[in-house]
Design a protein around this ligand. Structure first.
Ligand SMILES: [Zn+2]
Length: 446
């Protein structure tokens, strides 16, 4: 049946209740599909899954209602300008039935996360269904509200504008929901890891990528063994970017192109770094894997000094030969426990402190604690700190140290610093601070 014939049957009696029910049901399914995708391991790497939080399930139906009811009101106003007696119910029904295909694209969105090809297919499907919806709304208003073509087009605008805006937004580069859908990666799967790499300037031969898969598998097992943790239930995804530029574009959380980048990142269930032969990337891989295992097995959230310290410790244990742990910072542990202090270097192009100083300092702390009190105690410290209800990150660390090691943080820090007399010299000679930057032109410095 031609849709115009279908719409012509609405003349006179719009099934308003049916339209409202359809909209509600479709938007509930869309909310459920979106929530499902976020909860599925390995399909949603760009967003952090929020446990016990069903925001999308409620948010999407509410947003759908607001868009459609709002559009129906605006359309009603526009139609009234041509002195037409169409009712709100009639217009809402036309917009609901005509616009329904758009919500179907939101439901199908969950399938676009799997790969770049699926993402491109979804974009085409979405553009097609949105065009169809726009045409249905137009022809519906044209027939049901007895408007001529131009009047119907004008009356359709309140719904068409948000729909087109949605399409344009989705066509933006980097709007895919998952890392694997962002780029046409090639992939090589192992038993515990999946390696994604760029086909254009990646490995010169297949052996190199096979070496990386084998190396990553072994490294992940060693991380489990070192931390005494059970293997994760999902395959850890490892994204190897063509160059630093691609790494920044797809994975970096800071948008300042001149701010320093870390050599690798750990995301919810994946890691990303720049491609290189195994011997060049093995240390970063071990470091980032440790973050993933920590997140899923020890503590979902953890402050920088404990987390980066542990990752650096694991990295050095598995692949010795990196920068030695050293006490390089003057501020005490309770101050640098704060994320804004510890990661300050990552968010400004003029960091007063290099990231490497913070990392070597952070490395020295678990190195001391683990060699003196053992790994289980340290992991317990991470657990207690991560779960702490203390008001600041500094007080979380202080309270956890007191609980686990039975002494105040100040005393622990004294013992720790005293155990490292040699490294102070290293800190003074090799790690010279950068010359002070130019004063910031826009405001006073504090
Ligand atoms: Zn790290």
């Amino acid at each position: 049946m031609h849709p115009s014939a279908y719409f012509s049957t609405w003349n006179g009696l719009p099934p308003f209740g049916a339209a409202e029910l359809l909209l509600l049901l479709l938007s509930l399914v869309a909310g459920l599909a979106t929530e499902g995708v976020i909860r599925l391991h390995g399909t949603c790497s760009r967003r952090k899954p929020q446990s016990r939080d069903w925001t999308n399930l409620l948010l999407i139906p509410v947003v759908v209602q607001i868009i459609w009811v709002g559009a129906a009101f605006f359309s009603l106003g526009l139609i009234r300008m041509v002195n037409n007696g169409s009712s709100f119910e009639l217009i809402f029904s036309v917009l609901a039935f005509g616009g329904a295909p758009c919500i179907i694209t939101w439901i199908a969105f969950s399938m676009s996360c799997v790969s770049y090809a699926a993402w491109i297919c979804w974009q085409l499907f979405s553009a097609l269904l949105h065009s169809w919806a726009i045409w249905l709304v137009w022809i519906g208003l044209h027939i049901a509200c007895h408007l001529n073509g131009w009047e119907a087009l004008l009356a359709a605008m309140p719904l068409v504008i948000p729909l087109v805006a949605f399409d344009v937004n989705q066509a933006m580069p980097n709007s895919a929901e998952t890392f694997q859908a962002c780029y046409p990666w090639r992939r090589a799967s192992g038993e515990r890891v999946i390696v994604f790499y760029s086909g254009y300037s990646g490995p010169k031969n297949r052996h190199e990528i096979e070496r990386i898969v084998v190396g990553a598998e072994e490294t992940l097992c060693k991380v489990y063994a070192l931390l005494g943790q059970e293997a994760l239930k999902f395959k850890v995804m490892m994204f190897l970017c063509r160059d630093q530029e691609q790494h920044r574009k797809i994975f970096s959380r800071n948008h300042d192109a001149s701010a320093p980048m870390a050599s690798g990142y750990a995301h919810h269930d994946s890691v990303s770094l720049v491609y290189g032969p195994w011997r060049e990337i093995c240390r970063t891989t071990a470091h980032e894997f440790c973050h993933i295992v920590r997140r899923h097995r020890i503590s979902p959230e953890l402050l920088g000094i404990l987390d980066e310290g542990l990752s650096d410790y694991v990295e050095e244990k598995l692949f010795p030969g990196g920068p030695v742990p050293a006490i390089t910072l003057v501020p005490n542990l309770q101050v640098i426990a704060n994320t804004s202090v510890f990661f300050e270097w990552m968010y400004t192009k003029n960091p007063a402190l290099r990231g490497s100083y913070c990392y070597r300092h952070a490395h020295a702390f678990p190195d001391y604690l683990i060699s003196r009190y053992g790994m289980p105690q340290y992991l317990e410290l991470c657990r207690v700190t991560g779960a702490s209800k203390e008001p600041t990150e500094g007080t979380k660390l202080a309270a956890a140290i007191e609980q686990i090691y039975g002494m105040p943080i100040t005393q622990m820090e004294k013992l720790w610093r005293a155990a490292w007399p040699g490294t102070w010299t290293t800190g003074q000679t090799k790690l010279a601070f950068e010359p002070p930057d130019e004063p910031h032109p826009e405001g006073p410095s504090f």
